[in-house]
Write a protein that binds this ligand. Structure first.
Ligand code: DAH
Length: 349
């Protein structure tokens, strides 16, 4: 369309005020305005094209206005662009200004395994490596599995070795994980090679060296021709894996109703290397477990032919092993869940 003289004047005015009033909230809107006014087919561009078709006289008259319109459009669009960009930047700047990225980060406390869980797992892993598998059993037990089947005769003073929490006349909280070996023998034919971890309960006054709840790992190996030498070698392997290659063991004669012969096992003190120190009370040795050859009466109680099979068993306290490995001096620390204590074991798996 060719604008006439009046029409051209009007058009310039109209576009001028439209451009001055133009608004945009986003970069996309600014771009749409730019295309609408000064793009290749924009309204201002179109007007400029009309202008070039005018006569020399008219060109003189409108030249300045047309130029002014074009400059005003370019300027307004640049101005709108700047406004939009500043608004975007200042909104993200206000978020950033709340965060001082130069401040040291606050330490997030990350939980870790309890030392008892970690050491229990270490003990189990050591035995898993030589073919033992883990077995489980109930914490609330009957008299038979805790005492009867393990050759503690009724009213026998051996029962006093472990102060028992009774739930009922015949029902009690297990005082040792040896009850699990009874359950395993009752349901499984030899060969048997199990380790049995678990919580045990004894009616003891709580002090730095005794607690009414603690953890044990029991071991049981039954097959044809299992000998005391197998027991000794297995425990020596355990001691070296648990306390270090330089460790040695010694066995002292002892008594348990369910093993014959029975022994207390000591490991050479890893703190003084056997020379004698405060921890080993000058002896160079630390007691780590009880052990022995399973008494034939126990095998028979659990339905295993003692004329064909023999076996060994051992039992250790996880709190005690942890104490000896990491120098924990007070048993109560294991139960208090004080972060200052627990966080020292973050690297222990
Ligand atoms: N049950 C014993 C206790 O709690 C530990 C023990 C000793 C377990 C000798 C055994 C063993 O299997 O052979 O004191």
């Amino acid at each position: 369309m060719i604008y006439g003289y009046e029409c051209m004047k009007e058009k310039i005015e109209e576009l001028k005020s439209a451009i001055a009033a133009a608004k945009a909230a986003t970069i996309e809107e600014v771009e749409a305005l730019r295309i609408a006014y000064i793009g290749r087919k924009g309204r201002v561009t179109e007007l400029i094209e009309q202008f070039s078709a005018l006569s020399g006289e008219q060109k003189k008259e409108f030249g300045r206005d047309i130029n002014g319109l074009k400059n005003a459009a370019v300027e307004r669009i640049a101005q709108l662009k700047e406004l939009v960009e500043n608004a975007v930047n200042s909104s993200s700047a206000s978020v950033e200004s709340d965060i001082d990225i130069t401040l040291p980060a606050s330490v997030q406390s990350v939980g870790s395994r309890h030392p008892i869980s970690a050491v229990k797992q270490q003990i189990l892993d050591i035995f898993h490596r030589i073919g033992f598998v883990t077995a489980d059993g109930p914490e609330v037990e009957d008299d038979w599995h805790v005492f009867g089947a393990l050759n503690f005769p009724e009213n026998h003073p051996a029962r006093d070795m472990q102060d028992t929490f009774f739930v009922d006349k015949d029902i009690l909280l297990r005082t040792h994980t040896s009850s699990i070996q009874v359950r395993v023998m009752e349901r499984q034919k030899p060969p048997i090679r199990v380790v049995c971890p678990g919580r045990v309960f004894r009616n003891e006054a709580i002090s730095y060296r005794a607690h009414c709840i603690f953890h044990q790992v029991e071991g049981l190996y039954i097959d044809k021709n299992v000998s005391f030498a197998d027991l000794k070698q297995t425990i020596e392997y355990f001691a070296k894996e648990c306390f270090g290659e330089q460790s040695t063991i010694r066995l002292r004669p002892s008594y348990f109703p369910f093993t014959e012969p029975s022994a207390e096992v000591d490991v050479s003190c890893n703190l003084c290397g056997g020379k004698g120190c405060a921890v080993c009370k000058g002896t160079g040795w630390l007691e780590i477990m009880g052990a022995g050859m399973v008494d034939p009466a126990v095998l028979e109680s659990c339905g295993i032919d003692s004329s064909v099979y023999t076996g060994f068993a051992f039992g250790m306290g996880v709190e005690r092993i942890t104490m000896l490995k990491y120098g924990v001096k007070d048993l109560r620390l294991y139960f208090e869940n004080d972060e200052r204590f627990l966080e020292q074991f973050k690297a222990v798996y």
